[in-house]
Unconditional design. Structure first.
Length: 218
């Protein structure tokens, strides 16, 4: 049949295979870019959250150590003493609070802070193979103080990833690497604590009211 004069010829036209493939490729590229940006944002958020949690744990740990060292206590007969080394400190603290009113616990508590590898059977311990790259910060607590402040009680892991810990003890004139209250006949005036990580160090200074000196030199 012939078209009438003046009628517009209608031509039916679809997409070719090549055009469909190009469109699919473009859409795939756009989706890949969007997913990459989303994944990168999630990774950044997770990294930031982990860093914030780590800094919060470090701050809380240093505050705890500061509070307990500030409350250091010794007895005049040398029964309760304070022993500090460059990488470890053992002392009696009066900061202990009894959870139960009639519990058989003292207001005083033996406390130790030190770094070391994971220990078999200890709370939160990991394999020694995983421990070769970094150290744990440990805290020991004995709620029944006795003659030996270096042993007894229970240990807990506070954090991991440290290269070490450093304690310095101020005698009123200079900072020292060691302290024995029996030999010094008293407590240090202050203790400086430094947590050492691979990329950064965090420090605080605990002032001890019962310490020997009243002057601090930073």
């Amino acid at each position: 049949m012939k078209q009438k004069k003046g009628e517009t010829e209608k031509v039916s036209k679809g997409f070719t295979l090549i055009e469909i493939l190009i469109a699919v490729a473009i859409v795939s590229l756009i989706l890949t870019i969007i997913y990459g940006s989303y994944a990168s944002s999630i990774d950044t958020m997770n990294y930031t959250r982990e860093k914030m949690e780590a800094f919060s744990m470090i701050r809380l740990t240093l505050n705890r150590m500061n509070d307990e060292l500030t409350s250091s206590f010794i007895s005049s007969d040398g029964h309760l003493k304070f022993v500090g080394e460059e990488g470890k400190v053992d002392f009696i603290s009066s900061s202990h609070e009894r959870i139960f009113k009639n519990s058989k616990e003292y207001d005083l508590v033996e406390v130790s802070y030190f770094t070391g590898a994971a220990e078999e059977g200890a709370s939160g311990s990991e394999s020694l193979l995983a421990r070769r790259e970094s150290l744990f910060l440990w805290r020991r607590e004995d709620r029944t103080p006795d003659d030996d402040i270096l042993e007894g009680g229970e240990k807990e892991k506070l954090m991991e990833g440290l290269e070490g810990i450093e304690f310095k003890y101020y005698d009123g004139e200079e900072w020292r690497d060691e302290w024995d209250s029996k030999e010094e006949k008293g407590l240090p005036q202050a203790v400086k604590i430094t947590l050492k990580f691979p990329d950064k160090e965090f420090s605080t200074m605990a002032f001890i009211p019962l310490g020997k000196s009243e002057i601090i030199k930073k």
